[in-house]
Design a protein around this ligand. Structure first.
Ligand code: ADP
Ligand code: MG
Length: 249
């Protein structure tokens, strides 16, 4: 049994079958990539996992408990944290202020914007945020406005913000989309480090094969909403069905 078990998930948008009978088993502490051409249903699947979409049929179990019917914040509290396709950070706040938000949320169960202005006497949260920035190798940038960060550093900050919630499953939707090669390679190194050093499972949706083959222990290929194949990277590489799904794009 994997830490995440998806069985028979279907999701329609009107006449379009976005997900058709999707099964997925993600092993604890692995890096599992979900790949497939544009429109394959990857983001839809991720939205189901985090409670943003409710499937028409099927089950989603995380650590033996059903996530279906739970609100996104409840699923987050169960230990699933998600990094969005476009960075969701506050450009007008500094790097440290951004990092304080999930650290407050983790401690207090909620975040109130005025907590940031009454930050004196909140030493524990500040220390945690600073520690997290050190782990992300961003301590020297903590007083920069987040808007001024490079694309790779924005992503790095966002991943750190997710990790500060201490998730057991980290979900990423095309974390290197639109990045230059150097930023992509930095993100690959960061995710490798996180996977090696932490007790965490990573499920990554990715279009870039260089990223997929650099990170994944296991790969599920989706095509037109259906799981085409699930296998180890070396078997996926040469699989003619996979080639066809990509070439047919
Ligand atoms: P991927 O992330 O693999 O590119 P998506 O999951 O975003 O694919 O989309 C799968 C299919 O579902 C696409 O055809 C897309 O246009 C459609 N789709 C996604 N979200 C919605 C929605 N909210 N309403 C209608 N159609 C949608
Ligand atoms: Mg997508």
């Amino acid at each position: 049994m994997g830490i995440l078990e998806v069985k028979g998930v279907n999701k329609r948008f009107g006449g379009l079958q976005a997900l058709g009978d999707v099964n997925l088993s993600v092993k604890e502490n692995s890096v599992h990539a979900i790949i497939g051409p544009n429109g394959a249903g990857k983001s839809t699947l991720l939205n189901v996992l985090v409670g943003k979409l409710i499937p028409d049929t099927g089950s989603v179990m995380f650590d033996g408990k059903s996530v279906l019917g739970r609100a996104p914040y409840e699923i987050n509290q169960m230990g699933i944290s998600r990094v969005f396709q476009t960075p969701e950070i506050f450009g007008d706040l500094t790097v440290l202020e951004n990092m304080l938000i999930p650290c407050f949320a983790k401690r207090d169960g909620a975040f109130e914007m005025n907590a940031i202005t009454s930050v004196l006497g909140q030493r524990d949260v500040i220390e945690k945020a600073e520690h997290m920035l050190e782990e992300m190798n961003m301590a020297d940038k903590r007083h920069m406005h987040a808007a001024a960060l490079s694309r790779g550093d924005k992503r790095r900050l966002e991943i750190g913000m997710c990790l500060s919630q201490e998730p057991r499953l980290l979900l990423l939707d095309e974390p290197t989309a639109g990045m230059a090669r150097a930023d992509t390679n930095n993100t690959i190194d960061l995710l490798k480090q996180i996977s090696d050093e932490r007790d965490i499972t990573i499920a990554i949706i990715e279009h870039d094969m260089h990223v997929v083959f650099s990170l994944a222990d296991r790969i599920t290929v989706l095509a037109q909403g259906r799981p085409l194949v699930e296998d180890d990277p070396q078997n996926i590489r040469g699989n003619p069905l996979v080639r066809e799904a990509y070439l047919g794009e």
